[in-house]
Design a protein around this ligand. Structure first.
Ligand SMILES: [Zn+2]
Length: 339
């Protein structure tokens, strides 16, 4: 029993959503998943510019670090500010001292030109040596041509793709449309309504799935690797683990905390460097899933990434957290004025 673990990995995040909290209510109250996208996220993402993205990513990275999360697998979309957006996110995470695996979510929501520019942003970033995956928003917002182009780009660059898959019934055709394209190195977010197995890692986001009322993904039945993500609701992976365990237990009382902890450990296969990062927690027993599953409020005290201490006594060493939060509040105000 001890108070140290490797760095946590958030297997599916949207750093741009850090500024969304407190946004004005939408004109129409969303009544289903598609309306949540239309009324909230697609109004927000189109209003983002690079300054907002920078402030949002810095805040999200800071909040991740404060939760002992040293690696973020991000999925980004900002249709009015595509070019350079992945560099802004990677730089923001680097400043804070957190690892980032970036992807731009390609989509035909803004016509073929928008899809092309999204593909180009992935390619530009990855060819320049950026750490990332080729992002695809979801099959239901992409033509077959765009899906094939993104899959082809991923194969050419020898990286996986990071895609939302069957999060809701609106995307129930994703399994059939991605079969033949998906490979073992793909990262498939959600899979709630996926009725056929695909190659790849499943990123399970229990809190987000509840929040969007899309159903339960039954990750224990997934034949391949499962990791945990937050889908943009912070990056507290111990909290997501507790929730993942509670949902797994609700579906099957035979589930153990060790079963859900395997999904945390699988994050270290997704971002292997994070396994060498160290986190000292406020709780002696942080390496025991049975204790953690029933202990809310465990906090990261000290964090080392690549041997460098980036959180000391709960405070980041590389950035001024008050300044990060002040900048985020300024940019959130600009963002809300555009909605
Ligand atoms: Zn997502």
């Amino acid at each position: 029993m001890g108070d140290m673990t490797p760095g946590m990995v958030c297997g599916h995040h949207h750093l741009y959503s850090a500024l969304a909290r407190g946004m004005p209510a939408p004109p129409v109250r969303p009544a289903n998943f598609l309306q949540i996208l239309e009324q909230i996220w697609w109004r927000l993402d189109v209003a983002l510019d690079l300054e907002m993205i920078r402030a949002s990513a810095r805040l999200g990275a800071l909040e991740a670090l404060e939760c002992g999360t040293t690696a973020i697998v991000d999925h980004h979309e900002s249709p009015s500010a595509i070019e350079g957006s992945l560099d802004v996110i990677a730089d923001a995470c680097r400043q804070v001292g957190v690892r980032a695996v970036c992807a731009y979510g390609v989509t035909d929501r803004h016509g073929p030109d928008g899809a092309r520019r999204g593909l180009e942003e992935n390619e530009r970033f990855l060819r320049a040596g950026g750490r990332g995956l080729v992002g695809i928003h979801a099959a239901f917002t992409c033509s077959d041509e765009t899906l094939e182009a993104a899959a082809g780009l991923a194969e050419d660059l020898n990286v996986g793709a990071h895609v939302h898959v069957a999060e809701d019934l609106v995307d129930a055709a994703a399994g059939d449309r991605l079969a033949g394209l998906a490979r073992d190195d793909w990262l498939l977010a959600h899979g709630v309504h996926l009725h056929r197995p695909l190659p790849g890692t499943l990123a399970h986001n229990p809190r987000s799935n509840m929040n969007n009322a899309v159903g339960y993904a039954h990750p224990a039945a997934w034949p391949g690797r499962v990791v945990l993500g937050t889908d943009g609701i912070g990056a507290d992976m111990l909290e997501e683990f507790r929730l993942a365990y509670a949902r797994a237990r609700e579906a099957d009382v035979g589930m153990s905390p060790e079963g859900s902890w395997q999904w945390v450990e699988a994050g270290w296969q997704l971002v292997p460097e994070a396994r060498a990062d160290r986190v000292r927690w406020s709780y002696n027993g942080a390496d025991d899933p049975w204790r953690l599953a029933f202990t809310p409020g465990v906090r990261a005290i000290d964090v080392w990434v690549d041997g460098e201490q980036v959180l000391r006594a709960g405070r980041p060493t590389r950035v001024d957290p008050e300044e990060v939060r002040r900048k985020a509040a300024e940019q959130a105000k600009r963002l809300f004025a555009r909605l």
